[in-house]
Design a protein around this ligand. Structure first.
Ligand code: UGA
Length: 434
């Protein structure tokens, strides 16, 4: 199969590289020339574990290439995946400009029959709009089909998820169209769910909204646990043992971030508004998450009083470990609040400094050395559970900080361990240790 993937963000790039790895000939196209030049040289513009070796391997085998030329990418492709971003508009709706720009470019450049398959997260009905747009602008002798194939890759484990996903969802209007896509994924041995296009579009939003709901739910429970003297970790374990509930996404913390949950929950609220339904439950999920991102600073202020002039070590900038992505990261909210309070911040992160600097500029100090961030700090706030932080011996805080006050926003350390050290320790949904 000759496959083209439009968009080389983490979804498009992972998909392209992995499709090449399972034997397909893949061309990835992007409008950003710098990105394409990097990729042609075997360099990844994003930090994603295991991506680089697969990129280099498939580039040199000749099964994978990169271009900015739509004629080259689209003219003789058999399948084209649209994997461009759908960022949030000011009103919370998904911005589909890039999706439609790609659809138009496909229509203007195809010369053979083709299946266009949408991987981007798009509101229900978008594939019908893509189909209409392409049909209006394509050459008359070319046959075009459209399908929805949402992705469930997590940043930081996208390569693993491609090969070991729980399911592949294919939304198509004819069984023959679904069968073409099924063939592509056959080597993966992952269960395939075939459905109609609108249901496939819905499955993506509902999956993310449900996971976000689990997180906000456990964060509410964490708050109650603190008030009644329970431990949210123990509670989540006991509850998660029920297979109907499960353990995953029940980790209490300073809220979810990233390019997906915040955007997709808002888009689903908007979508329900379009059909005159007020999605009150999901609105509450979003509200709880916004509050949760501010909880670290509230707690620290409660423990130490004012923050003016205090030296804070901000541990972890990315929205979660194993990625350099800081989009909607709780760390950014925390930093903005700390700055408003007059704190002086040194932030540690192993890979996300460049992206964070683009947002925060020189308002804070940056370091890739944990000990540099901790030196003489009066407060440490853990925002991301990087291995480097989880595995940091607790006596490092005692040794390097002026006063060992830790606000652990990701519950990285067992309370029994913390108790052994002269540390003031605040976490989420667990008793405070002084
Ligand atoms: C999420 C979904 O998990 C993927 O299936 C989906 O494909 C992707 O969005 C997308 O739509 O593209 P991702 O945003 O990469 O993936 O990250 P997650 O691992 O889901 O974590 C999201 C946020 O939730 C992080 O900030 C994380 O710290 C937080 N989280 C996660 C918690 O606070 N508690 C948990 O128990 C789990």
């Amino acid at each position: 199969m000759k496959i083209t993937v439009a968009g080389t963000g983490y979804v498009g790039l992972t998909t392209g590289v992995c499709l090449a790895e399972i034997g397909h000939h893949v061309t990835c196209i992007d409008i950003q020339e710098e990105k394409i030049s990097l990729l042609q040289a075997g360099l990844s513009p994003i930090y994603e574990p295991r991506l680089k070796p697969l990129l280099i391997k498939n580039l040199s085998s000749g099964r994978l290439d990169f271009t900015t030329n739509p004629q080259y990418a689209y003219s003789d492709a058999e399948i084209i995946f649209i994997a461009v971003g759908t960022p949030e508009n000011d009103d919370g709706t998904a911005n589909l400009d890039d999706v439609f720009a790609v659809a138009r470019s496909i229509a203007l450049n195809i010369e053979n029959d083709v299946l266009i398959c949408t991987k981007s997260t798009v509101p229900v009905g978008t594939n019908d709009r893509i189909k209409h747009l392409v049909h209006c602008e394509k050459p008359p002798n070319v046959h075009v089909e459209v399908a929805s194939n949402p992705e469930f890759l997590r940043e930081g484990s996208a390569i693993f998820d491609f090969f070991h996903g729980d399911r592949i969802v294919i939304g198509a209007s004819h069984p023959q169209v679904a069968a073409v896509l099924e063939q592509i994924y056959l080597p993966l041995k992952i269960p395939i769910i075939k459905t109609d296009i609108r249901s496939a579009e819905m499955i993506k939003y509902v999956s993310n909204a449900f996971l976000a709901t689990k997180i906000s739910f456990i964060n509410e429970i964490a708050f109650i646990c603190e008030q009644v003297g329970a431990n949210v970790e123990e509670v989540a374990y006991g509850v998660g043992q029920d297979k109907r509930i499960g353990h995953r996404f029940l980790r209490a913390g300073i809220g979810y971030g990233g390019s997906c949950f915040p955007k997709d929950t808002k888009a689903l609220v908007q979508l329900s508004g379009n059909v005159k339904h007020k999605f009150e439950l999901l609105e509450a999920v979003i509200k709880v998450n916004n509050r949760q991102q501010t909880i670290a600073v509230t707690k620290v202020k409660g423990a130490v009083g004012h923050l003016r002039g205090k030296k804070v070590a901000l541990m972890g900038l990315s929205f979660k470990p194993n990625t350099d992505d800081v989009r909607e990261a709780p760390s950014l909210t925390i930093i903005r609040e700390l700055l408003e309070e007059g704190a002086v911040i040194t932030a540690y992160d192993p890979v996300a400094l460049t992206n964070a600097q683009l947002v925060l500029g020189d308002t804070i100090e940056y370091t890739t050395e944990i000990r540099v961030a901790l030196t003489n700090a009066e407060i440490a706030i853990i925002a991301t559970e990087w291995d480097e932080i989880v595995q940091l011996p607790l006596n490092t805080y005692v040794e390097y900080m002026k006063e060992a006050v830790i606000m652990d926003g990701r519950n990285c350390y067992p309370l029994e361990e913390v108790q052994k050290y002269p540390i003031t320790y605040l976490s989420i949904g667990r008793p405070m240790i002084t």
